[in-house]
Design a protein around this ligand. Structure first.
Ligand SMILES: [Zn+2]
Length: 127
């Protein structure tokens, strides 16, 4: 089983020989050679046997929500949510992305603030 980077924008599939596993205070992990993200590892195997490291199954697929404001032609700003979700199939391009257009605001700050509060609601609901 190869390791897979859990970073939604990366999802690199890495042969075990390609990554250097390290033991830190927080436990075993490896750093993705492509994006430098920390990926958690779990130790398995018999206590007196050789150490075997596995990637813990993450409870949900990693996702990322980005709040943004898009300028409109009439000078106003549309609040937008950009949602990236890793697909069940793993691999570098296994990311689904879509934009949600929210309300329209007079300035960019208000639009971003609105998008952020919607994003927070969304993430709370999933947790
Ligand atoms: Zn990575």
């Amino acid at each position: 089983m190869p390791f897979i980077c859990e970073n939604v924008e990366c999802r690199a599939v890495l042969a075990r020989g390609q990554v250097k596993t390290v033991h830190e205070d927080a436990g075993w992990c490896f750093y993705c050679p492509d994006c430098k993200a920390r990926n958690e590892l779990k130790e398995t195997g018999a206590p007196d046997g050789p150490i075997e490291l596995i990637q813990p199954e993450s409870s949900g697929l990693p996702h990322k929500v980005i709040a943004a404001a898009r300028p409109l032609e009439d000078g106003r700003y549309a609040a937008q949510l950009r949602i990236q979700r890793a697909l069940g199939t793993r691999g570098t391009y296994a990311v689904e992305e879509h934009w949600d257009q929210l309300d329209v605001f007079l300035n960019a700050q208000e639009a971003v603030a609105h998008a952020k509060s919607v994003a927070a609601d969304l993430l709370n609901r999933k947790a």
